[in-house]
Design a protein around this ligand. Sequence first.
Ligand SMILES: [Fe+2]
Length: 91
Amino acid sequence: MQRCPHRNIENELSIFQRRKWLNFDHEELTIMEALDKLNDLIDESDPDVDMPNIIHAFQTAERIRMDHPDEDWFHLVGLVHDLGKVCTCEN
Ligand SMILES: [Fe+2]
């Protein structure tokens, strides 16, 4: 049985990214500092978001707050749900 060559490339890319990011030694930021970095990021891979990602983060949190006012943990999840995208920002 022949394996798909793209699978090997995906595995190598995955291993590379894990080694790069899972040491957690790039930068230490507060949540607000990380959110501020999203001011510089427009995620072109997300067709629903054509604004800086920090605006998307606050809009998401606010929308959840309107629909679920008593679920404060849920508001926080909405605020930070895309925070991992900070890894794509240049230092
Ligand atoms: Fe999002």
